[in-house]
Design a binder for this molecule. Structure first.
Ligand code: GRF
Length: 192
């Protein structure tokens, strides 16, 4: 009899959590989400995690003297749960040195544009304001910059003339909800 150990992943999120939810519900998922890390005590994603029975760590960075101390506390929890991979899904903070050093090439992010175009906040609005005809989704490794790490996967989404931030964001998120699980499967299987 043979069995495979599934990669152990922590999701970091700050808000709605639709990517987290899609991942949890995906029949394609070949990794275990063993922890949700959230920096906003009122975030919607916390209730979702409770529903899925996923251990949740809620830490308010304002309660720590420095980013380093905040991340050290997170790291303790990650180590205790034997987390091997971190995936950011709407985590509205820049990952610092403590976590980058502890998880080299093991932190992924999903961004709602075709990087390097439109990094940072409000990427969907930035794309619409610029007038691009194609935007999309990027999944990349996280480095010390803002949405600058090596790109792993991209998928284009056509921008329609009548699009608003809401309509374009909705189509982009539909792509995200399928692509992220698929890419996490691939990356974590390759080098677990
Ligand atoms: C996603 O669109 C992702 O690309 C960006 O933040 C958003 C998070 O959405 N980084 P949700 O919280 O997963 O619904």
């Amino acid at each position: 009899m043979s069995f495979q150990v599934r990669p152990r992943v922590a999701v970091f999120a700050s808000g709605k959590g639709s990517n987290f939810e899609a991942m949890m519900n995906s029949p394609e998922r070949e990794f275990d989400v063993v922890m949700l890390v959230c920096d906003r005590p009122k975030a919607h994603v916390i209730g979702l995690a409770a529903g899925f029975g996923v251990e949740t760590v809620v830490l308010d960075p304002d309660q720590f003297a420095s980013k380093e101390e905040y991340e050290r506390e997170i790291l303790k929890k990650l180590k205790r749960a034997n987390v091997q991979w971190i995936v950011l899904a709407g985590y509205m903070r820049i990952v610092g040195k403590v976590l980058l050093d502890a998880y080299p090439n093991r932190i992924l992010n999903i961004h709602p544009s075709l990087l390097p175009a439109f990094p940072g906040k409000d990427a969907v609005k930035q794309a619409l304001d610029y007038g691009v005809k194609v935007s999309g989704v990027t999944i990349h490794y996280v480095d010390e910059g803002i949405d600058t790490g090596p790109i792993i996967a991209q998928e284009p989404v056509t921008v329609f003339p009548k699009d608003t931030v809401e309509t374009l964001q909705k189509r982009i998120q539909q792509v995200e909800h399928v692509l992220y699980t698929k890419v996490i499967n691939e990356v974590t299987q390759q080098s677990s």
